[in-house]
Write a protein that binds this ligand. Structure first.
Ligand code: ADP
Ligand code: MG
Ligand code: ZN
Length: 505
């Protein structure tokens, strides 16, 4: 019996708690700015409220609630008549009040879902709840270097002392809690990517901001026989499976790695007949492993009680009042219908809102397929290669459409446009006409091409003989010769036709 159990096939069960920083101008319970203070002194964006000084009272930021309602709508969640705030009590130096204002039994959003694609399949993960809360401050653990060296940031256990910065304290967070619906670490990554896409479309989130998405990842191993055909696992099986929670992972890749490590660790543990401890673990990004932090805290440890300084909030009409824009899935489908794009191009063009907007501006002026090829393949490829983003060129739409117009009108070849003009536009900030002028890239006149064709035939009698003997490759060689003579400024199809006319005639 025991042996059989040890050999039973195990599958991972994963659920996420994702902390999303909402983009608002000011903090959630005070008027302090949320602008990142990277080059700035710590503790410069603080006031009595976010420092937790006695007597200072919180005032709820309407913009944070609006942003959270948008997220709720995008997740197709239920928004109740009334939502309430609670205090979650714990002591930590980054939390000056010794409690965090969060939501407990009446969260702003419940029972939502998010659909995403993973390995060509559509998957839906249920969202148990999504609530508003405040971010704590941040700590910097310092190890003193030799006198002539600057202090160094290190891990808490190696630090001589720690510094605390309350600039982040009070930044609005939305915690999105999923059901344990994931069955593979890779799915988690696909889900997080989709979540960020949606948040970005809603205009409530900045993926580029450090720490704007932080993930707690829960994993347990369950016997495969407990998983139904539809993937369902009974509540009591989930309850009784010992799980670990890996805290505070800051990237999609990190989440996949940490969960992959946890899956293997727990599986090995169970196969050796040892139980998995229910605990909180820390992900070490450098080593790609997780280490035990503490036994898992339980709800009762936090002594939740109602936040008496904030009255309950009536939100039933907010759902109607607050509109959300077209989301990535809807936009992708519209791109397929309206522009006739294939799945791949439509997906590529809609995964970021700014790309989709840019594409639609280009498609207004050109054939949709032509516009798609230029934006999805050429432009995104060149931007990607340069580590640039679409935002770097959104105000150069006119220059980009001018380039396509020049190619369309036969004034520059596609090859030169892609390989010379666009690159110089991106690298040097020039407009397309300037590049064409400077590089002398105007398309070759008919006379120039005719001369080059005649020369190529004269100079390559062997290739001509091969062609006449029916060897297909010979024509390509001759086209290449003409292209070289014209500095790449002739259209290869035209050259091919002219050569054949000469040789066949
Ligand atoms: P807690 O109160 O300990 O935080 P919850 O039941 O609220 O636990 O769930 C927290 C997270 O743990 C959720 O994301 C949920 O999906 C996940 N979770 C619950 N059960 C399991 C399990 N058996 N394996 C993995 N994750 C789980
Ligand atoms: Mg939790
Ligand atoms: Zn403040």
């Amino acid at each position: 019996m025991a042996r059989a159990a040890e050999r039973a096939e195990l599958v991972p069960v994963i659920g996420l708690e994702v902390h999303v920083q909402l983009e608002t101008d000011t903090k959630i319970f005070c008027g302090c700015s949320t602008e990142p203070a990277e080059e700035e002194e710590p503790n410069t964006r603080v006031c009595p409220t976010c420092l937790g000084l006695p007597g200072a009272l919180p005032v709820l930021n309407e913009a944070a609630v609006e942003a959270a309602v948008k997220v709720g709508k995008a997740l197709d969640a239920d928004i109740p008549e009334e939502t309430r705030f609670h205090r979650k009590n714990y002591y930590y130096p980054d939390l000056p009040k010794n409690f965090q204002i969060t939501q407990y039994d009446a969260p702003l959003c419940a029972d939502g879902e998010l659909e995403f694609s993973h390995e060509g399949e559509r998957r839906t993960v249920n969202v148990r709840r999504a609530h508003l809360e405040e971010d704590p401050g941040s700590l910097r653990h310092v190890r003193e270097g030799p006198a002539d060296l600057d202090v160094r940031t290190t891990s808490v256990d190696r630090a001589d002392y720690s510094l605390v910065d309350y600039n982040r304290a009070g930044t609005p967070l939305m915690e999105v809690v999923t059901e344990p619906d994931f069955r593979h670490p890779k799915e988690v990554r696909a889900f997080l990517e989709k979540l960020e896409e949606v948040l970005e479309y809603l205009g409530v989130f900045d993926a580029g901001r450090d720490g704007s998405l932080r993930i707690d990842a829960n994993l347990s191993m369950v016997e495969a026989s407990e998983v139904g055909d539809d993937g369902h696992i009974d509540e009591d099986v989930l309850e009784s499976a010992n799980r670990t929670e890996v805290k505070n992972i800051s990237s999609h890749k990190g989440a996949e790695q940490a969960l992959g490590y946890e899956r293997n660790r727990q599986e090995n543990q169970l196969k050796r007949g040892k139980a998995v401890a229910q605990e909180t673990r820390h992900f070490n990004e450098t080593h790609g492993n997780t280490v035990s932090m503490r036994s898992k805290e339980e709800e009762k440890d936090y002594r939740y009680f109602g936040e008496a300084d904030l009255p309950p909030l009536q939100v039933s009409d907010w759902k109607e009042r607050i509109a959300i824009p077209e989301l990535p899935d809807a936009r992708r489908e519209r791109f397929r219908e309206e522009y006739g794009l294939d799945q791949e191009a439509a997906s590529k063009l809609t995964s970021r809102k700014a790309v989709a907007d840019f594409y639609e501006d280009v498609a207004e002026q050109f054939d949709p397929d032509l516009a798609a090829a230029w934006v999805a393949d050429t432009l995104l490829g060149e931007l990607n290669y340069r580590d640039m983003a679409i935002e770097d060129v959104t105000d150069r739409l006119d220059e980009f459409t001018r380039l396509i117009e020049l190619v369309d009108g036969g004034e520059v070849t596609t090859k030169n446009a892609e390989e010379v003009v666009l690159r110089a536009m991106l690298d040097e900030g020039l407009d397309p006409d300037e590049v064409i002028e400077r590089e002398g890239l105007g398309t070759a006149g008919d006379d120039e091409v005719a001369t080059a064709v005649a020369e190529a035939i004269d100079e390559n009698p062997d290739a001509v003989d091969d062609y006449r003997a029916g060897e297909g490759g010979a024509i390509n060689f001759l086209v290449g010769q003409v292209m070289a003579k014209t500095g790449g400024s002739a259209a290869p199809d035209d050259v091919n036709a002219m050569l054949r006319e000469q040789l066949d005639g």
